[in-house]
Design a protein around this ligand. Structure first.
Ligand SMILES: CC(C)(COP(=O)(O)OP(=O)(O)OC[C@H]1O[C@@H](n2cnc3c(N)ncnc32)[C@H](O)[C@@H]1OP(=O)(O)O)[C@@H](O)C(=O)NCCC(=O)NCCS
Length: 226
């Protein structure tokens, strides 16, 4: 009986969440408001021009860029300007037309950018998108990216209604591979010599991972039950 009541309660809650989100989406579209996602310790908000200096400060570090596809090294203000402008073009669009969402990762009590997490290449017909992320080195190993990634995954499945999220990481990036697995992604294979790091020029294999909406919903419900 408790199970039935619990299921009924989750159904009502998810309906309420849907209604609230529909209203919020409408509000954002009409008002050109940026999206803001709250977690326990963090606020993920859309990027701004003022973030460019913090992006350079955190990304201009080979330990951050070496396993990433798109970050060059050295990482200059021009690189940050290009990235923020590209993201601003997206955030000016109606949410239903956006293919990319780039979020500044900040602490709740400080608006300073620590890193970036993005949901990109959103394909609404396919129902898929890619999650990518990086964090300034001084913020590593505090569980920040786990917290940020869980929230962006929720956003992708429950607000953008994707059915699958893709993530990839080079095998040498042990932290990111561990993080991806801990989020519930399944390892689906390794593409040989798939990736060339923009910052080092080195060629790497690439581990591919996928997470399905139903797997995420199941793991969230299991966590709520315990
Ligand atoms: C990969 C990256 C985003 C991880 O961010 P992070 O916030 O440090 O990750 P988390 O803290 O959430 O968890 C990662 C690891 O820290 C550990 N950890 C979490 N909280 C911790 C704490 N309080 N104390 C010690 N370790 C902790 C986790 O267990 C995990 O450890 P593991 O590598 O032994 O499994 C970060 O290292 C980074 O930006 N790297 C450079 C860019 C990059 O590689 N991006 C990904 C490309 S695919």
């Amino acid at each position: 009986m408790w199970l039935a009541i619990g299921m009924e309660f989750s159904f009502v809650r998810s309906r309420l969440e849907e209604v609230f989100w529909a209203w919020e989406k409408d509000y954002m579209n009409q008002n050109g408001q940026g999206i803001k996602l709250d977690t326990n310790r963090l606020v993920l908000r859309e990027l701004r021009k003022e973030d460019e200096a913090s992006i350079v400060k955190n990304a201009n570090n080979l330990n951050v860029t070496q396993y990433m596809t798109i970050l060059p090294y050295p990482y200059t203000l021009m690189d940050a300007e290009w990235f923020v402008n590209k993201t601003l073009e997206q955030s000016a669009k109606n949410i239903d037309e956006r293919t990319d969402f780039g979020f500044a990762i900040t602490f709740r009590d400080s608006d300073i950018l620590m890193g970036v997490i993005g949901l990109s290449k959103v394909d609404r017909f396919e129902g898929t998108g890619i999650v990518g992320y990086w964090l300034g080195e001084m913020f590593w190993k505090k569980g920040i990216m786990s917290e940020a990634a869980r929230t962006v995954i929720d956003f992708a499945f429950n607000k953008i209604n994707l059915r699958r999220i893709n993530i990839s990481a080079v095998p040498e990036n042990t932290t990111s591979n561990a993080l991806i697995r801990s989020l519930g992604f399944s390892y689906e294979g390794t593409r040989r010599k798939k990736h060339r790091s923009k910052s080092t020029g080195k060629i790497h294999d690439l581990n591919e991972y996928g997470l399905l909406a139903e797997e995420w919903a199941k793991s969230r419900n299991e966590n709520k039950m315990h």
